[in-house]
Design a protein. Structure first.
Length: 235
């Protein structure tokens, strides 16, 4: 069966030919304003016929609304990042002014609670040499047995967001463990020490696994450098 004996098929092929021609000649209607005024295009929402120009205007308006929304979303992200940067700068200045380990812990707790809406903040540190020896021999002893639960995280040396096991939550957050829905773990290192800065949230989605960790990595660097200049208990 050829196109001449099948009207439906002939119409489809003719439509394709017209479409191809118009795409190859986008200025076709430039000198044919009368033709444009006579064309009618079904409106997708109401089914009513409107002029080609009206339809083009509607399409452009919809595209403009979509682009405007995207721009607003990008601006909102930029504003959030600016506020985040300002808060990190303020936290950094306060850490620089800290002269003792206790002051470092106080600054982290105050700033992360007040400025970053953290529900729990804990800093767990270990002797780097002793921890390395304990992990190498895979022995279970006291705090090092608990630290072994974070071995992969400590070896990787990058922040981690997500949901922790019950044992990990209890080790990090103690009595608050049951309240924590998600957590961010930040590796920190000082002179002869290694540890975890844990930030917990009651919101299970606050620190979801897909959350970006750039800010957390910068925070870890700041804390690590601060620990180089203060006296850490037991180090």
């Amino acid at each position: 069966m050829n196109a001449e004996s099948d009207p439906a098929r002939a119409d489809i092929e003719a439509a394709r030919a017209v479409e191809t021609y118009l795409l190859d000649h986008p200025d076709f209607f430039g000198s044919r304003e009368e033709l444009i005024a006579r064309l009618r295009v079904p409106h997708p929402d109401s089914g009513a016929a409107i002029s080609l120009i009206e339809r083009q205007v509607a399409v452009l308006r919809e595209e403009n609304q979509r682009l405007t929304q995207q721009l607003e979303e990008l601006l909102a992200v930029a504003r959030d990042n600016e506020r985040l940067t300002e808060r990190l700068h303020h936290l950094t200045l306060n850490l620089i002014d800290s002269g003792t380990f206790e002051e470092v812990v106080d600054v982290l707790e105050d700033e992360l609670h007040d400025q970053f809406r953290a529900d729990a903040v804990e800093l767990r540190l270990f002797s780097a040499l002793e921890l390395e020896q304990q992990l190498a021999f895979e022995t279970d002893r006291g705090e090092f047995a608990e630290a072994a639960k974070f071995r992969e995280f400590l070896d990787r040396g990058r922040p981690l967001c997500g949901h922790l096991s019950v044992d990990q939550l209890v080790f990090l957050f103690g009595p608050q463990a049951e309240e924590i829905g998600s957590a961010a773990l930040i590796p920190v290192r000082g002179e002869g020490i290694v540890g975890v800065l844990a930030i917990g949230s009651r919101d299970a989605e606050r620190f979801h696994p897909g959350k970006g960790t750039h800010f957390l990595a910068r925070l870890g660097e700041v804390v690590s450098h601060t620990l180089q200049v203060v006296s850490v208990p037991g180090a």
